[in-house]
Design a binder for this molecule. Structure first.
Ligand code: NAP
Length: 242
């Protein structure tokens, strides 16, 4: 089936990525839902997309694995319809005080965000450039802007994602491609299961945790032509945290 507009959401199987996948499907995109190991969750997301009248597909690959990502992206980019939207959402946390942090926790968190950005964004842009059309949105975090106790690895990765996105944005702006970042605060997903939510809530001016859909709507806006003059920006969705 030839689809007119396609969007890839990394880590689209659950949490914020799932909400983004549903939101983009609602905006008319054929959504490619990437996952790492949770195939069932990805299938459930795809079923939800179809139930609401949208179209999509699932594709499992590890964004940190250069070869796997290359093969997956080649397959995706070979299809008839162009890839118009990329959302770099896949991310993990492995929290702990920096002086106690195992090297493996540093490496895997940084790799998922930054190697993932490299492995997926580069081939996606190569496909967007000849068409002079496309949008990339990457999901950073308030931690990448402010830093956060116990999250040196995560904050470093997300700050790096912001720097990489702004740099790439300036490289491709003249080619009609926009690259932006959304930086959520605390959002209700599996990732914050172990976080001291009550304690953190008191630091949020709106005094509540955000919903994945609130992030997803911002992503949809940045992907749309309504955001046609916005590139290289970081939009915070965090209930008023500075
Ligand atoms: P989540 O519920 O834990 O979901 C993470 C998603 O990423 C899953 O779909 C997971 O797939 C996928 N993933 C993880 N590693 C991957 C890899 N190497 N390759 C491909 N997919 C991978 O997390 P979330 O809370 O929705 O977070 C989504 C994004 O928002 C992340 O970048 C996170 O850092 C950011 N964020 C979250 C919050 C928050 O409060 N929740 C705040 C700020 C920023 P599997 O299920 O298959 O493993």
């Amino acid at each position: 089936m030839v689809e007119s507009k396609r969007a890839l959401v990394t880590g689209g199987s659950r949490g914020i990525g799932r909400a983004i996948a549903l939101e983009l499907a609602g905006a008319g995109y054929h959504v490619i839902v990437n996952y790492l190991s949770g195939k069932e969750a990805a299938e459930e997301t795809l079923a939800a997309i179809r139930e609401s009248g949208g179209s999509g597909e699932i594709i499992g690959f590890d964004v940190t694995d250069s070869k796997a990502a290359e093969t997956a992206m080649e397959t995706l980019l070979f299809e008839d319809a162009p890839l118009e939207i990329l959302v770099n959402n896949a991310g993990i946390a492995a929290d702990g005080l920096f002086i106690m942090m195992p090297e493996s926790d540093w490496d895997k968190v940084v790799a998922t965000t930054l190697k993932g950005f490299y492995n997926v964004t580069k081939p996606a842009l190569k496909a967007m450039v000849p068409r002079k059309r496309g949008a990339v949105v990457s999901i950073a975090s308030v931690a990448g802007i402010m830093g956060n106790r116990g999250q040196a690895n995560y904050a470093a990765a997300k700050a790096g994602l912001i720097g990489a996105s702004r740099s790439v944005a300036s490289e491709v702006a003249r080619l009609g491609i926009r690259v932006n970042v959304v930086a959520p605060g605390l959002i209700e997903t599996g990732m914050i299961e172990k976080a001291p939510v009550q304690q953190i809530k008191s630091m949020i001016p709106m005094n509540r945790i955000g919903k994945p859909e609130e992030v997803a709507k911002t992503v949809r806006f940045l992907c749309s032509d309504d955001a046609s003059y916005i590139t290289g920006q970081v939009i915070s969705v965090n209930g008023g945290m500075f």
